[in-house]
Design a binder for this molecule. Structure first.
Ligand SMILES: [Zn+2]
Length: 305
């Protein structure tokens, strides 16, 4: 018996016993809402889901051009619930198609408009994760972030949750009755596949599981299923941490010298720099692949034929 206990203790001081850590972030808030939920209902549901699943703090990367009365109310509600409001530019430009000067102005405009919120923090998330398609732009934005006291709020766990939302809303609009239980399973399954994939890539390249940052969007499926996703993560041994804590990981200091016109996320950058060329985007980051699975797993099309 004693030996058995000793063995467990030994295992628990090894990295095997440490839980994997993940912070949750939502982009594009206050994102368009006119499908399953109204904007205010989505915000209410999302806050409730986070609270009931004891997720103390997440970050909302927001676009300041959406700050009409309702948009302001939604961000205020997130802020009051203890969450972070952060900068995702004014109107979500593609840095590959915009000059450095215009991009910096866009970022600063968002800074001036978003700083009104109590939960505002100087974290910047690049739209489309595009950090500049030449050295001048990339280094120029790195300098601008530093000058204004910001950090680059990179992500480590990439996915196409926004396309799952598009398929979900399109089905509803067409009058298809979507089985919410199937939808829940599909969402959790697809998200877990991409999370585990990038964690394995991280472990292969870093020799450890870093403090991860999950990219989600402020959407109806997030409000519906983020709690289920968190339940599944915890069931598999993950711990939910705050975004602030996640950015203390040493990979936050990592700066690739490479130009990534299309950025797979921080783990993909590190893997690419170490020589990996294929598989930087997981198979679930593919519209056609997701459409096929949505059709089979949610709409059950394979059984109807
Ligand atoms: Zn975005």
């Amino acid at each position: 018996m004693k030996l058995y206990l000793l063995l467990i203790l030994q295992l628990c001081i090894s990295p095997l016993c440490e839980s994997k850590q993940i912070a949750i972030t939502f982009d594009d808030s206050p994102r368009k809402a006119e499908g399953y939920f109204s904007g205010p209902n989505r915000a209410e549901r999302l806050i409730k889901e986070l609270k009931s699943h004891e997720i103390e703090q997440v970050a909302f990367f927001s676009n300041s051009n959406k700050l009409n009365a309702e948009g302001i109310q939604r961000l205020q509600a997130y802020s009051r619930a203890g969450h972070i409001i952060a900068n995702h530019t004014h109107n979500h430009p593609d840095f590959n198609k915009m000059s450095l000067d215009d991009y910096v102005q866009n970022f600063l405009l968002a800074d001036s408009k978003l700083s009104q919120f109590k939960g505002f923090k100087k974290l910047f998330r690049f739209p489309f994760l595009r950090e500049g398609n030449d050295n001048k732009k990339r280094d120029g934005m790195r300098d601008a972030l530093k000058k204004h006291g910001y950090i680059n709020a990179y992500i480590t766990l990439n996915n196409y949750d926004w396309h799952i939302e598009t398929m979900f809303q399109a089905a509803i609009e067409k009058g298809v009755s979507v089985d919410l239980e199937r939808m829940r399973k599909f969402y959790v399954q697809v998200m877990m596949e991409s999370i585990e994939y990038y964690d394995e890539m991280a472990q292969a390249n870093l020799g450890r599981s870093p403090k991860h940052i999950l990219l989600l969007h402020e959407m109806d499926i997030s409000a519906l299923y983020v709690g289920d996703l968190v339940d599944e993560l915890r069931r598999k041994g993950w711990e939910i941490i705050s975004p602030g804590e996640a950015y203390t990981d040493e990979i936050a200091q990592y700066q690739s010298r490479r130009i990534f016109p299309y950025n797979p996320g921080r783990i993909g950058e590190i893997a690419r720099d170490r020589g990996q060329k294929k598989g930087l985007w997981h198979e679930t980051l593919d519209k056609k692949y997701l459409e096929k699975r949505f059709s089979e797993e949610v709409l059950n099309r394979n059984l109807e034929n």
